[in-house]
Ligand binder design. Structure first.
Ligand code: PMP
Length: 400
């Protein structure tokens, strides 16, 4: 008798749907039904892309040179501009040939793991983590080893924790500062300590710097290869224009690393997606080389919202919201709300709490389960001031 064939490969069947996109889809469908939903779900700026960037794209679309395939690793001018940006903001000197322009930072993350991992290689993954990392790791045959840091340690892992989790199979540390989902930013001394440990133990680092420019209270997100320059030989930096320039829909990111790794990733990309849309690459070039004043005004707007949402959340008994120093997320510990009855429901997990908040207050948040352990909610404060306040006031009424 012939065996029934499985429809999906086990590799693809094991991928979980993106929890953040799922929350967003549910919020949008409730909105379409007429419910007055306020969503703290999506991880994207609410501002339009600055005008001069859009104008560069319009001009690029009219230029027939941009209507053809271009070099898979990116337009030479953009790779050059990214090398300059890497020196400017990450304090690291690289050649344009050490850059691959990708379809968003997401593709850079995927390709970085593909380039480094063999079957069974372990990746130290500080938790809470961005929901895409474990999937990208397992698609490359790797194994995620979660290293948890809670609100009590500012959501930042220590060298001692990393060392305790290290085994002979450890190949890579994923490092993300400022962090999605917590907004935590490692101090220069903490970055250096982790960088030295990685150097001494021969651990590769994939450093996701996509929120690098969104920092507050005068802090600077120091790049791990700036703190420990010798580490550049075993580090891949991931970055992109999405968050800094309000360009999530344009899909331009990049990876920067040692020449051999970048050549490998570029070969992969040549079979996977080829060049990123030329129009989007020209827009990204205008973003990196043009005026930066709108970046600063968006950052200031996020800063005002950050203070407001943290204050309002901490006014709720049972919520502990550490003040994030970067990105545009706040990650309160909501374990004090669990096991108590609210409007006839007693949530025991943050997943149930997020459902309750959506059902009873029309407020969408992402439960901690999307990023690691239960007991937390992620709220993005990249939404308009009035909505931002109205949403937390609804939470205050529900949990009073
Ligand atoms: N890294 C992190 C930590 C992110 O939060 C995101 C977007 N949510 C990305 C990378 C990828 O961004 P994009 O693909 O839009 O450039």
């Amino acid at each position: 008798m012939t065996q029934p064939t499985r429809r999906l490969s086990s590799r693809i069947a094991s991928i979980a749907e993106s929890a953040t996109l799922k929350v967003d889809a549910k919020a949008k469908s409730l909105l379409a039904e007429g419910r007055p939903i306020i969503s703290y779900g999506p991880g994207e700026p609410d501002f339009p892309t600055p005008d001069h960037i859009v104008e560069a794209a319009v001009a690029a679309a009219r230029d027939p040179r941009n209507h053809r395939y271009s070099a898979g690793a990116g337009l030479p001018e953009l790779r050059e501009a990214i090398a300059e940006k890497t020196l400017r903001d990450s304090g690291t000197t690289v050649r344009p040939t050490q850059v691959v322009v990708t379809n968003g930072g997401k593709q850079a993350v995927y390709q970085a793991f593909q380039a480094l991992l063999d079957e069974g290689d372990e990746v130290l993954l500080p938790a809470p983590y961005w929901t895409t990392y474990p999937e990208a790791i397992s698609l490359a045959g790797g194994v995620s080893v979660e290293v948890f840091a809670g609100a009590d340690q500012g959501y930042k892992v220590t060298v001692e924790q990393l060392e305790a989790a290290r085994t002979p199979r450890t190949k890579v540390l994923l490092f993300c500062s400022p962090s999605n989902p917590t907004g935590a930013v490692y101090s220069p001394a903490e970055v250096e300590a982790i960088g030295r440990w990685a150097l001494e133990t021969g651990t590769w680092v994939i450093s996701d710097e996509i929120y690098q420019s969104l920092v507050y209270d005068g802090v600077r997100a120091v790049s791990i290869t700036e703190a420990v320059p010798e580490l550049a030989e075993q580090t891949i930096l991931v970055n992109g224009v999405a968050k800094t320039y309000a360009m999530t829909g344009w899909r331009v990111g990049w990876m920067v690393g040692p020449a051999d790794v970048i050549a490998g990733a570029s070969n992969l990309q040549s079979h996977l997606t080829s060049n990123v849309s030329n129009v989007s690459q020209r827009a990204a070039l205008a973003a990196l080389t043009g005026p930066q004043d709108e970046v600063e005004s968006m950052r200031r707007a996020f800063d005002v919202r950050r203070r407001r949402i943290v204050d309002e959340l901490n006014a709720i008994d049972g919520v502990v919201a550490p003040t994030p120093e970067g990105a545009f997320y706040v990650y309160p510990d909501v374990s004090g709300l669990l096991g108590r009855e609210w409007g006839g429901v007693t949530p025991t997990t943050s997943l149930e709490l997020a459902d309750l908040v959506l059902d009873q207050a029309d407020v969408a948040t992402v439960p901690g389960e999307a990023f690691g352990p239960s007991g937390y909610l992620r709220l993005s404060y990249a939404l308009g001031d009035d909505q931002l306040l109205e949403g937390v006031q609804r939470l205050q009424r529900l949990f009073s």
